[in-house]
Ligand binder design. Structure first.
Ligand SMILES: CC(=O)[C@@H](O)[C@H](O)COP(=O)(O)O
Length: 253
């Protein structure tokens, strides 16, 4: 089981709710993914209504909501958004996303560190979306973060694990759960992240934009399970030379 804050998760596939062509398909693919932590942008929910369509789809006993602060430009706005989300969605989990530049959506590390410190003091389970920066991960750990969410590549790019060398350092050094987030374009990327020892992955675009999001959700679920299993069973080391699988000479003796 993976533990973050006070919650335990059997599934290590976290999912997003953007870009689905309709809520019914979203519901079916979230079900198929068996994901237990689902991120939702606060700006996409009508927090004044008890009858919001998105929230109705997400009100399933297996699903824990992970509100994200997407759309905010600095720590002050992020803190405000997190407080609104806590009130409206009755969870102290928050995916802290501060990416002021709309072209690359790259996270602002300084504002993210500031907001993490404040939110952690205020009792939030903070899961910051960050560049794959091992030094920043350590700073966030000291600031009270509950997990770190380094990016594989830019959000929605489907480019896979472009930051792999830094993800390996983060995983090696981290005392917090490491959730590889963003840019995971194929189940093989998710499996690779899990084989490296990531604690979980977060996938949105690759599932939501597939012509068959339900099948794709299942493919990601299986890939995450396979990658985790391989990590636990310990992968054989790679070598720069060949090593025969069976004896080459003994039968000639
Ligand atoms: C929904 C969400 O939080 C995304 O911003 C997240 O980072 C996933 O990225 P992909 O859409 O690239 O999977």
């Amino acid at each position: 089981m993976l533990k973050i804050g006070d919650k335990e998760f059997k599934s290590r596939l976290f999912t997003g709710t953007g870009k689905f062509s309709n809520n019914n398909l979203m519901r079916k693919s979230l079900e198929a993914s068996e994901s237990e932590l689902v991120t939702v942008a606060l700006k996409r929910v009508d927090i004044k209504s008890d009858d919001d369509d998105m929230l109705k789809v997400l009100s399933h006993e297996r699903i824990n909501l992970l509100p994200n602060t997407s759309g905010v430009r600095n720590a002050k706005e992020a803190i405000f958004a997190a407080q609104l989300a806590r009130e409206a969605l009755e969870t102290n989990f928050v995916k802290l996303e501060i990416h002021p530049d709309p072209k690359y959506l790259l996270p602002d590390p300084i504002e993210t560190l500031k907001a993490t410190e404040e939110l952690a003091k205020d009792g939030f389970i903070v899961m910051p979306y960050i560049h794959a920066d091992p030094v920043l991960c350590k700073r966030l750990e000291n600031a009270g973060s509950s997990a770190v969410m380094p990016l594989g590549s830019p959000i929605g790019s489907n480019k896979g694990l472009k930051t792999i060398d830094f993800l390996e350092i983060i995983i090696e050094q981290s005392n917090l759960p490491v959730v590889v987030d963003a840019g995971i374009g194929a189940p093989s990327d998710a499996a690779k992240a899990m084989e490296l020892g990531a604690d979980a992955v977060l996938v949105n675009t690759a599932i939501a934009v597939s012509p068959n999001p339900v099948e794709m959700a299942i493919a990601f679920k299986m890939a995450v399970e396979a990658g985790r299993m391989a990590y636990e069973a310990k992968l054989a080391a790679s070598k720069n030379f060949a090593e025969a699988s069976s004896p080459l000479t003994s039968f000639l003796d």
